[in-house]
Design a protein around this ligand. Structure first.
Ligand SMILES: NC(=O)c1ccc[n+]([C@@H]2O[C@H](COP(=O)([O-])OP(=O)(O)OC[C@H]3O[C@@H](n4cnc5c(N)ncnc54)[C@H](O)[C@@H]3O)[C@@H](O)[C@H]2O)c1
Length: 439
């Protein structure tokens, strides 16, 4: 890993490769263009608005993160996208219905120029969607090669220096790890033999990693965490991160569960339900695709509560997660959590959370941060799983045999300490005794 001045400067253009041009992607793109025109602020983005404390509290050093670490500028970003529908980013943003028409009008010209490439798509992985903008190839290896050619054409056309790819397409059907995923050799054979267990998202990830391009998975499907793709990331020294952006209900869960645990309150049940009416909701209405999301959402509580260490408090709680497709709400998800807890002498209490969020409004700044931090990681020669980016994910990737850290504030502390380490600043331990004792 390179640190401080050794980190390569973010010179030249950064090619942002977005797989999927739906609600999240178009909200991200419209926001970036509006921020560049200074008609919107990058609210929710740690890289743009966040500060980082350096040194002792008495030093009062709190620079903006973007002034502290060498990040690419929004003005240096160029976008390439893929989708199974031919709509350009403007039309797709209108269809998604997240942003108001008057906001979209002000960036219409820029968005209309972003037209999706033909996608690598296999109907079995997303049964609810049908699109014509799809690549043909004799096998999955050939499809990966066509994706790489798309990227090379874009590189030449726009004179791109570096890239980052993010999967922000529909959630694919549930898939378990199998032999074809176990190492790179099997995986490449599987690509040539059209193995059913290789999903489109894996083909995109393979294309990116093969070209040395960092890859993040914004959805819950099995993709870059398989051993074969980890192996490729290590081999080509590429950073990878995933999976499933942590936005609404799960973000709240990873704030509340640590509080319950910190006070050693018990938990007898956690019921989570939500209504959601966008295309993502429609795709998740299929049980195979919902299973992928459910698995991602279910894992966080067990880890945060350390069930094995606290059997009297958390050994027996009932946990239920439901997602309901309800078109009238479009992207404006509403979630309800009923949390049954118990305290001193086992007296029961309840917490109710009703979050009226906007899914893509929460997700767009995360996409921006991931793109910028993965590019930074690449220039700092950090490769493989970037656990310090767990902050952004529902199911953070870790080294094998390591449990993930899901507590939002531990994740933030880890991220900020990584940035301090990168820039050769002291790590913050929160010990603070030296303010009181002359050490
Ligand atoms: N919005 C959030 O808060 C949030 C949080 C976590 C994860 N996610 C995940 O992000 C993803 C995108 O969410 P969204 O709301 O933008 O969904 P969306 O349905 O609006 O957009 C997804 C797009 O991906 C396209 N697509 C599907 N398969 C493709 C393929 N193989 N290649 C290229 N394009 C393909 C679809 O045509 C669609 O346009 C979903 O998987 C969702 O679960 C979203």
């Amino acid at each position: 890993m390179l640190r401080g001045n050794e980190i390569k400067k973010p010179e030249g253009k950064l090619g942002v490769l977005l797989v999927g041009l739906g609600a999240v992607s178009t909200t991200f793109l419209a926001g970036v263009e509006a921020i560049k025109k200074r008609i919107a602020k990058p609210i929710g983005s740690l890289t743009q608005m966040g500060r980082i404390r350096l040194g002792k509290r008495t030093e009062k050093r709190n620079p903006l993160i973007k002034d502290f670490v060498p990040l690419a500028k929004l003005e240096d970003m160029e976008f390439l996208t893929w989708d199974i529908f031919e709509h350009n980013a403007y039309q797709s943003a209108l269809n998604a219905g997240v942003l108001e028409k008057n906001h979209l009008e002000s960036v219409k010209e820029e968005l209309e120029k972003i037209k999706p490439q033909k996608a690598v798509f296999i109907k079995g992985y997303v049964k609810k969607l049908d699109g014509k903008n799809v690549k043909q190839g004799k096998n999955k290896m050939e499809l990966a090669e066509v994706l790489m050619q798309d990227i090379l054409n874009f590189k030449r056309e726009k004179n791109i220096d570096r890239f980052v790819m993010i999967w922000i397409a529909s959630t694919e059907a549930y898939l378990e790890e199998s032999t074809v995923h176990s190492n790179l050799k099997n995986f490449e054979e599987g690509l040539k033999n059209n193995s059913n267990d290789i999903s489109p998202s894996m083909i995109y990830a393979y294309a990116a990693l093969k070209m040395g391009i960092p890859f993040a998975n914004g959805a819950p499907n099995l993709t870059v965490e398989i051993p074969a793709l980890r192996e490729l990331a290590q081999l080509n020294k590429v950073p990878i991160a995933g999976k499933d952006l942590k936005t609404g209900q799960t973000m709240m869960k990873t704030v509340l569960a640590p509080a319950i645990k910190a006070r050693l309150l018990g938990l007898s049940g956690w019921f989570s339900t939500n209504i959601l009416g966008n295309r993502d909701g429609e795709v998740l209405d299929d049980p195979e695709n919902f299973k992928t999301k459910e698995t991602s959402k279910l894992s966080v509580l067990d880890q945060i509560l350390q069930v094995d260490n606290y059997p009297e408090l958390y050994g027996n709680f009932y946990y239920k997660v439901i997602i309901n497709y309800y078109p009238p709400r479009q992207d404006n998800k509403e979630s309800w959590d009923n949390i049954d807890i118990f305290g001193w002498m086992a007296y029961p209490m309840q917490i109710k959370v009703n979050f009226l969020c906007r899914d893509s409004i929460l997700a767009a700044p995360i996409v921006l941060d991931l793109v910028l931090f993965l590019d930074l990681a690449q220039r700092a020669q950090m490769s493989g799983v970037q656990e310090w980016l767990s902050f952004y994910f529902k199911s953070p990737m870790t080294a094998p045999k390591l449990y993930p850290e899901n507590d939002l504030f531990i994740q933030l502390a880890k991220l900020k300490n990584t940035l301090r380490y990168m820039m050769k600043e002291d790590l913050i331990t929160h010990l603070g005794l030296d303010y009181y004792e002359k050490l």
